[in-house]
Ligand binder design. Structure first.
Ligand code: ATP
Ligand code: MG
Length: 463
């Protein structure tokens, strides 16, 4: 990787010497006589490393360092000082200089420091790039859905994102709990700080405390080095406690204390640390049931439940299924290098009619599979997994299912069923009859006839 260095010194001779000594294959060197000139060059060039004198007329080393830290935090700076001012060097390190080198120095010594600083710069730059890529990737995860049930969720995200209130997201598995948590973080005031997720159900009970709060080297067998816990990692940002319902009781008291007093105590270290974290918790379990069963502390429940966001199951927002399916088809097909532009009407109908016990995640998996097997530009009914078309209750072997109860009045029961199905279809299509007919697999004419027969008034259906 080619690098561009900037040497800053009020002594032109030293500048020239450094420029010629440091210039080599893949390294370009510019020079400036004081801090202001250096800033002008930084403005124009893509500088990777600054090597600067401490005492200079005009803008001096400390001032330049402060400006660089504020404007170009990824550019390391090496400070050159005279022996007599090593105290300044120490101060410069405290203020964020990468390293210092005492004058007079020989060029090999400087070379070593420069190479280390450039390697550091490369790491910082790679990190920044990866982070930007991740951000971009997350934009794919835009929240899809316009149903009234989902709009309530979006409004809740909007009203809580800028506060630091604790949020409790509940919902069945696959309803988008983690995605909502990330959206709150990403659109809130802590977006540039870390989002740290902990799955409380996935970490063995014995390790959870040190995972959350960190530990001191030697605190227990296996603690071979100090460890920073998740609370401390999330300092300034957001801590996402996923599956909080699976947090062991013993640890719940410690979590409660961290939430209440905003301090943590690493394992084996009696000193408390202050932390500033916004907590978002999620669970697919009913915490109230867990409280009743004495598996979850009631005080912690109330601490967490400051701002509850319940997520609807997909079957409670099946108006969103076509848009979600389309979103997955387009993004997943593009990732697989295929072009898919939608679904056949029958395929949509089958997906809308299915119950999706695994919610959005199940829909996503189903669409992913369909984009792989589809041969045309559209996903057809036969590209969808067969289980979508079966009743969700699979008859077990050697077990005869009881037949349906015999109705007292067959005609009235059939008419009732017919009416319910038609109303459901009309609700889903916001009263658009052509779409409802398509959903039901009948002609518009047939639907019109049935509406009359069953005395259904479309204009009374909520739009
Ligand atoms: N509104 C949405 N729009 C688009 N994609 C979504 C939406 N909600 C969830 N997803 C996608 O559905 C999948 C499941 O979401 P997520 O992991 O957030 O659910 P979860 O409730 O945390 O699930 P689990 O309980 O299994 O952990 C993810 O791939 C996510 O990207
Ligand atoms: Mg999850």
């Amino acid at each position: 990787m080619s690098h561009h260095l900037l040497v800053v010194d009020d002594e032109p001779k030293l500048c020239d010497l450094l420029v010629s000594a440091l210039t080599q294959n893949g390294v370009q060197v510019s020079s400036a006589g004081n801090g202001l000139q250096a800033l002008a060059i930084l403005e124009l060039e893509n500088i990777d490393l600054i090597i600067s004198d401490w005492r200079m007329p005009g803008m001096d080393g400390p001032q330049l360092l402060a400006e660089v830290k504020a404007r170009y935090p990824l550019v390391p700076m090496i400070v050159m000082t005279a022996y007599s001012t090593v105290k300044n060097a120490v101060q410069s390190m405290r203020n964020g200089a990468y390293d210092y080198i005492a004058k007079p120095f020989d060029i090999d010594e400087l070379d070593i420091t420069v190479n280390k600083a450039l390697a550091w710069r490369d790491i910082l730059r790679d990190n920044a790039r990866l982070r930007a890529e991740l951000e971009e990737h997350h934009q794919f995860d835009s929240l899809v859905g316009e149903s009234p049930a989902f709009r309530r969720v979006l409004q809740a995200i909007d009203s809580v994102r800028d506060s630091t209130a604790t949020v409790l997201i509940t919902g069945e598995s696959g309803t988008g709990k983690e995605m909502v948590a990330r959206a709150i973080h990403k659109h809130g005031g802590r977006a540039d700080k870390p989002f740290v997720a902990v799955n409380c159900a996935a970490i063995p009970e014995g390790l959870l405390e040190s995972e959350m709060f960190g530990h001191r080297k030697g605190a227990f067998t296996g603690a071979v080095a100090d460890r920073v816990g998740r609370f401390a990692q999330a300092d300034g940002g957001t801590l996402f406690l996923d599956e909080i319902g699976d947090m062991p009781l013993a640890l719940q008291a410690k979590i409660l204390r961290a939430l209440q007093e905003r301090v943590i105590e690493p394992v084996g270290d009696p000193r408390e640390r202050k932390v500033d974290v916004r907590v978002i918790a999620a669970t697919h379990k009913s915490l109230l049931d867990a409280v009743a069963a004495k598996e979850f502390r009631e005080d912690l429940y109330y601490r967490l439940n400051v701002f509850p966001i319940p997520l609807p199951a997909l079957r409670e927002r099946n108006e969103d299924i076509p848009a979600l399916a389309r979103h997955f088809a387009v993004t997943l097909a593009a990732a697989a290098g295929k072009r898919i532009n939608g679904f056949s009407a029958q395929a949509v109908q089958a997906m809308v009619a299915y119950g999706w016990p695994g919610n959005i995640r199940e829909l996503q998996n189903c669409v992913e599979r369909a984009t792989i097997v589809a041969t045309g530009k559209q996903i057809e009914e036969q590209d969808l997994p067969a289980y979508l078309f079966h009743s969700p209750v699979e008859p077990r072997e050697n077990q005869t299912l009881p037949g349906p109860a015999v109705p007292e009045d067959l005609d009235a029961t059939l008419a009732d069923n017919e009416k319910n199905y038609i109303l459901a279809a009309l609700h889903q299509t916001h009263g658009v009859q052509a779409a409802a007919a398509q959903l039901l697999g009948i002609s518009e004419r047939s639907l019109w006839y049935r509406l009359k027969k069953l005395d259904i008034h479309v204009d009374k259906i909520a739009r």
